[in-house]
Design a protein around this ligand. Structure first.
Ligand SMILES: [Zn+2]
Length: 282
């Protein structure tokens, strides 16, 4: 009975608030591109005719709307491990909430089966502990969603042939390994890597798997990371501009040859870096 009363009063409150604001707020035009994203994809939400400051959440998590030409745009990242299904997208403008449902579709990523000598895949307890420590250090970065540094579209930090795409699932000696949540770009030792957008240097590390590693914080929860570098040319906390040379290609860490492993996190979600540079955000 008590629950029912709470429900009734909630419905009444929602009715009241829509009555109070419904008259003044014009229904905005909401565009979702693509309409049905898959895991690892990025969706752009465009709100046109917004009566004021636009805010929103996707699956209960804050998304960031930025003013663009006569509209507000937000990047919604669908993490690689998202289960297909329906997710709530709530957009609030001056107290009115507009509810949308996003259908995340199934996306098949390639499966690679490899057989390698044991010594190449089995880590010593010491190396394993080190790799875990390094992973924890990285994972501690993503929840920090600072104010926006990025501006305009993201650019490619190292154009070149992609030798390992995003999302490939590897099964080595019959054991499923963590999927490839970045892209590998062919390069020569010493090739210049540029900042894909304005950022602050969040982390410089020397890792068991990633070798010389660099993470840039673009703000609003957007991070880009670069591994196997021969040289890092920036310092922790340094402000970098889009197009600045930040590091050089190498083969440090677990790498069979010189290449760049480039990864992206958007509000913690692992997405295909190519999705980020294909976005039209201006
Ligand atoms: Zn890689």
């Amino acid at each position: 009975m008590r629950n029912l009363l709470i429900k009734i009063s909630l419905v009444f409150l929602i009715f009241l608030s829509s009555y109070a604001y419904g008259e003044t707020a014009t229904k905005p035009e909401i565009l979702l591109e693509p309409a049905t994203p898959g895991p690892g994809d990025v969706m752009v939400v465009t709100v046109k005719n917004a009566a004021g400051e636009t805010e929103g959440t996707f699956n209960g998590k804050k998304i960031y709307f930025n003013p663009s030409k006569e509209s507000f745009k937000a990047i919604v990242a669908i993490d690689y491990f998202t289960e297909p299904g329906k997710y709530d997208l709530d957009i609030s403008i001056k107290g009115s909430v507009f509810k949308e449902t996003v259908e995340v579709i199934k996306k098949e990523y390639k499966v690679e089966t490899l057989t390698l000598p044991k010594r190449m895949v089995e880590l010593s307890p010491k190396d394993e502990a080190r790799a875990e420590r390094e992973q924890r250090r990285m994972d501690a970065i993503w929840p920090n969603e600072s104010s926006r540094s990025w501006t305009g579209d993201f650019i490619n930090p190292l154009p070149g042939e992609i030798i390992a795409p995003f999302g490939v699932r590897r099964i080595i000696n019959n054991i499923p390994k963590s999927p490839h949540t970045g892209i590998d770009v062919r390069g020569h030792k010493g090739d210049k890597i540029i900042a894909p957008n304005d950022a602050v240097v969040a982390l410089i590390d020397n890792q068991f798997f990633g070798g010389k590693a660099l993470v840039l914080n673009h703000g609003q929860g957007i991070y880009t990371m670069f591994f196997h570098l021969s040289k890092v040319l920036v310092k922790p906390g340094q402000v970098v501009k889009k197009g600045d040379v930040i590091a050089l290609v190498g083969a440090t860490g677990r790498a069979t040859g010189p290449h760049l492993h480039w990864g992206v996190r958007v509000q913690g979600a692992r997405i295909d870096p190519l999705e980020l540079i294909h976005l039209k955000l201006e």
